[in-house]
Design a protein around this ligand. Structure first.
Ligand code: NDP
Length: 297
């Protein structure tokens, strides 16, 4: 039977360690501040932003929220970004994706001060990550690395297959795992919708990381015995529940756990880690900007 990797427990440990770092900052008269920006009224985005604000409150980070009208011109969002860049009280901020269609998300990212870019999506931060000198690791990939570490998985020399090549998960994660570093040194295969014979790639891996957005795409028949499986996917599927749906991953959990040595559940795996690592980046931003040294987990 596979070990179930408990993302809630690992995230909770990281949050405890961050609380210590926040206390160190407080002793120096500094309080880390995270701003969230939401343009429009997408209900899922509202939920994410609310969760981020609640997380801040729980660990002692000051949370600020800015709403921008979804019908406003892009310039209004850019003005908000300029204000946040100039605001010395704000250490880091995120612009919740997706932005409305008339706004170019790449331009949004490019306008964020790289020193406040706690999502780690600004081209300067992407470049630093690729070069092996990351300032802010994007939250989900960083969370996956922390989960692997907590599960005692040594990535050095491991064959890792990542399914998905998005800018927020697959690409940065691949780049992190190939770094010459203790939590890297893996041999990484990155798969996507044009990959031929996906099952051959997943079966050949010691670690499979699924970030696809296709419910239960990867099942036990696509895994070799003893594989470590990290499921990033969060998909709503119709179900006979109170809400009318349930959340499932990109991995068919029941069959995969028969083959895996360790596996993350959905929910309760990568999701809580993504949230914890945003807090991590905010504390790191505050430390960098105030020159107050803190111990980061
Ligand atoms: P994207 O849609 O941006 O990327 C999906 C990737 O999967 C693409 O590279 C796509 O290939 C590839 N893909 C799609 N279908 C297949 C297929 N049949 N076989 C192989 N590859 C395929 O998704 P994200 O990276 O943003 O998110 C992926 C999943 O992770 C989603 O379920 C999302 O909800 C979840 N997520 C969860 C987070 C968390 O905190 N738990 C955080 C972020 C995302 P191509 O490039 O060719 O189109």
């Amino acid at each position: 039977m596979a070990e179930i990797i408990d993302g809630n427990a690992v995230a909770s440990e990281i949050r405890d360690d961050l609380a210590d770092a926040i206390e160190t900052l407080a002793d120096a008269g500094e309080r880390p501040t995270l701003a969230t920006v939401l343009m429009g009224e997408d209900p899922a985005s509202e939920t994410y932003v609310n969760m981020k604000q609640r997380d801040c409150e729980e660990v002692g980070i000051e949370g600020v929220h800015v709403d921008v009208d979804g019908d406003a011109p892009a310039a209004d969002l850019f003005d908000t970004i300029e204000d946040l860049n100039a605001d010395p009280e704000v250490n880091g901020y995120i612009v919740q994706a997706p932005v409305p269609d008339h706004v170019d998300y790449r331009e949004v990212i490019g306008r964020i001060d790289p020193l406040k870019d706690v999502d780690g999506f600004h081209p300067e931060n992407v470049g630093r990550l690729v070069a092996g000198d990351a300032r802010f690791r994007p939250c989900t990939p960083h969370g996956v690395q922390k989960l692997l570490e907590a599960a005692g998985v040594d990535t050095e020399g491991a064959d890792v297959t990542i399914v998905g090549r998005s800018d927020i998960v697959g690409k940065p994660l691949a780049n992190l795992l190939i770094q010459k570093a203790d939590d890297g040194n893996a041999t990484v295969t990155v798969c996507h919708s044009r990959t031929e014979d996906l099952a051959a790639k997943t079966r050949a891996a010691d670690v499979v990381i699924a970030a696809v957005g296709v419910p239960e795409l990867i099942d036990g028949s696509m895994l070799s015995e003893g594989t470590v499986v990290i499921d990033v996917g969060v998909n709503r599927v119709d179900a006979d529940t109170e809400k009318g749906y349930e959340l499932v991953g990109d991995v068919a959990f029941e069959s995969a756990k028969e083959q895996a040595s360790a596996i993350t559940p959905v929910p309760g795996g990568v999701g809580p880690m993504t949230r914890a690592m945003l807090l991590y980046n905010t504390v790191k931003a505050a430390s960098l900007q105030t020159s107050v040294d803190v111990d980061l987990p």
